[in-house]
Design a protein around this ligand. Structure first.
Ligand code: MN
Length: 500
């Protein structure tokens, strides 16, 4: 998938007080602005100018159309003249698509020598946008506010990132996650309220017995496996004992059959993600770790041990980051390395890490895995490249979902000759003591969805659109302030329930 076919609508606010010439000018300015934004090449989603709204019925009509148009993933508003904001009430009461308020103006600088009262009457965004903003705040509606001239790179980048978030949000509104087996026995954090998740976030989580997947894997032909092995040979290194003719090659072929069978199963169901369980493998020859790595790289959400919230977030962050460099993956806090200010966490899992996060050629290896019914499994082994990224999770706090975001710095690990799994080594911001401490205080998972390309701001926009709690842990975090924020949020969400 990509962003083609999606639209963000642009609605300009004005009123008829200033006469016909003003209406024509407002329309012309808006058209030029939208054209320039589309021509900038910086925006992943096309902006469609929907005209000027001059009255309450016009606003209501265009916002209702936005709701009903599946191509439209968000709406940008901008007040060119003073648009009395009572006319936006009915429209805003109806609008269910993400909203951005762009506070800009057509001209970049004041035309010092030419400016006169006619100019002042036409170009009123400076106060018109504040009138609009008051109404949105009065109505307690979450929205993205972007301030700056529309031609500036920074402004275009903010619009571009917000569009990515809108695409991720639209994608999650019919997100089907298939769970092979339940969550692991007694694990708390991977569980949660699936009914609330469907109401709030759009996730639909369905159980599928592993027995329904087995026939899909068994139906895969030798010719199909041969073709896929040829593809693997092009993009991966093979350990000596995994090459064609070598003793462990059959395990790679079995993993290829799992990949093809699992993909077909998910396509038949219309699923965007899945979870596995190492205790739920009757009829399978190995844990579907390699297949999970391959499918994650294609954009399927993945969560281990029944972790459907992680599977969904992995998928959403993949949608948001499409086309950006760096990669993203499901990860788990594996083991700690204490080294003062440079203390780090080794991120890995039994097998299931997306090869998109490495800068080197992954190597196919086959090893015995002693946990559950996993048995002897193929896997891609690699280390993540260096860089800055975010680790995120959504947890169920009982009365609300909380998204936790930790900015992290991925560094180079030492070689791990006896640990045959993919991994990343990172330092949580601002350091392990505060980063991990805050994450634990917030009730964060041991699993996370990691991305080199999605930013904290994008996840903040996502949480705003979803109306869920967000706490971020970055270089400015202190435990004192963080604990205070958690307490304040507790009160806010109790009150918020009664406000809604
Ligand atoms: Mn796990």
């Amino acid at each position: 998938m990509d962003f083609k076919g999606l639209e963000v609508w642009f609605v300009t606010g004005a009123q008829l007080l200033y006469g016909g010439d003003a209406v024509v000018a407002v329309d012309s300015h808006s058209t030029q602005m939208v054209k320039a934004l589309n021509d900038s090449g910086k925006l992943p989603v096309k902006i469609v100018y929907k005209g000027t709204a001059n009255s309450s019925p016009e606003v209501e009509k265009v916002f209702k159309e936005a709701n009903n148009d599946t191509k439209c993933v968000g709406v940008i508003t901008w007040m060119h003249t003073f648009s009395p904001a009572k006319m936006w009430i009915k429209g805003l009461q109806n609008l269910r698509k993400p909203l951005m308020h762009l506070h800009t103006q057509f001209n970049k600088e004041i035309p010092w020598n030419e400016i006169d009262m006619d100019f002042m009457n036409l170009n009123q965004s400076a106060h018109g946008d504040r009138e609009f903003g008051h109404m949105v705040s009065r109505m307690r509606k979450n929205r993205k506010v972007v301030v700056g001239h529309w031609s500036e790179e920074g402004v275009q980048a903010k619009i571009a990132n917000w569009m990515r978030v809108c695409a991720g949000w639209a994608d999650s509104q019919d997100m089907l996650i298939i769970r092979f087996g339940d969550n692991m026995n007694n694990v708390a954090v991977t569980d949660g309220d699936k009914v609330e998740a469907e109401m709030r976030l759009g996730y639909h989580v369905d159980n599928a017995p592993i027995a329904t997947l087995v026939p899909y894997v068994e139906a895969v032909t030798d010719a199909e496996i041969d073709a896929l092995i040829t593809e693997y040979e092009k993009i991966y290194d093979f350990a000596a004992d995994c090459k064609k003719g070598a003793e462990k090659h059959q395990f790679v072929r079995d993993a290829a059959a799992q990949e093809i069978g699992l993909r077909r199963f998910l396509q038949d169901k219309g699923a965007k993600g899945f979870t596995t369980s190492f205790n739920e493998l009757a009829g399978m020859k190995q844990l579907m770790g390699f297949a999970s790595q391959r499918l994650m790289a294609e954009g399927y959400g993945f969560g281990a041990e029944g972790d459907w919230k992680s599977a969904a977030l992995v998928r959403t962050m993949w949608v948001m980051g499409q086309g950006l460099p760096g990669g993203q993956s499901f990860l788990e806090d594996y083991t700690l390395n204490f080294d003062g200010e440079n203390s780090t966490i080794l991120q890995s899992h039994m097998l299931e890490i997306n090869p998109d996060i490495t800068g080197t050629k992954p190597r196919i290896e086959v090893h015995f895995l002693g946990i559950g019914d996993a048995r002897t499994c193929a896997r891609l082994v690699f280390q993540a490249h260096k860089g800055e990224g975010v680790a995120a999770t959504i947890v169920d706090m009982g009365n609300r979902f909380r998204m936790i975001v930790n900015e992290v710095k991925v560094v180079e690990p030492k070689p791990l000759p006896k640990l045959p799994v993919a991994c990343a080594l990172w330092k949580p911001m601002p350091n392990l003591e505060v980063g991990a401490g805050a994450w634990i205080l917030a009730g964060g998972t041991h699993h996370s969805s990691f991305s080199f390309s999605v930013t904290t701001e994008m996840l903040e926009d996502y949480a705003d659109i979803a109306g869920i709690e967000l706490v971020t842990i970055d270089e400015n975090t202190t435990i004192n302030n963080f604990k205070f924020e958690l307490k304040v949020n507790e009160v806010y969400y109790l009150l918020n329930k009664s406000l809604n």
